[in-house]
Design a binder for this molecule. Structure first.
Ligand SMILES: [Zn+2]
Length: 120
């Protein structure tokens, strides 16, 4: 992998992790406001585009399923990275996609996730 690829993988990982943190906060806030696991919320698309603020409607339980994998992200269908190599599509149905980061990007997002979850 070239230096450019490496830098890009890092940038994409950091951006996607930022949206993941926002969604985790949304999930916690909903639960503290007595939402049920089956209730549906608009989760932010966790794609690589820093300007994307589209939402995916998922139940809290469905979102948790995605989130239980440190390398997986929730995306609006079609927002998968055009340049493959950093991720593969796990699921693409119902208007949304779940992708799993692989290679360097996968290591990076798993590391960021671990540091997020240990933060108070
Ligand atoms: Zn998006």
């Amino acid at each position: 992998m070239s230096v450019d690829d490496e830098a890009r993988a890092h940038k994409v990982a950091a951006n996607q992790s930022r949206f993941r943190r926002a969604n985790e906060r949304l999930e916690r806030a909903a639960l503290s406001h007595r939402f049920e696991e089956a209730d549906r919320l608009p989760f932010l698309c966790e794609c690589a585009d820093p300007g994307c603020f589209e939402a995916v409607i998922l139940s809290i339980a469905e979102y948790r399923q995605v989130r239980s994998h440190p390398r997986r992200f929730l995306l609006v269908a079609g927002h998968e990275e055009a340049e493959a190599g950093h991720e593969h599509i796990v699921e693409a149905e119902n208007g949304y996609a779940i992708v799993e980061k692989i290679g360097r990007a996968g290591v990076e997002v798993a590391r960021l996730h671990a540091s997020d979850t240990t933060r108070p």
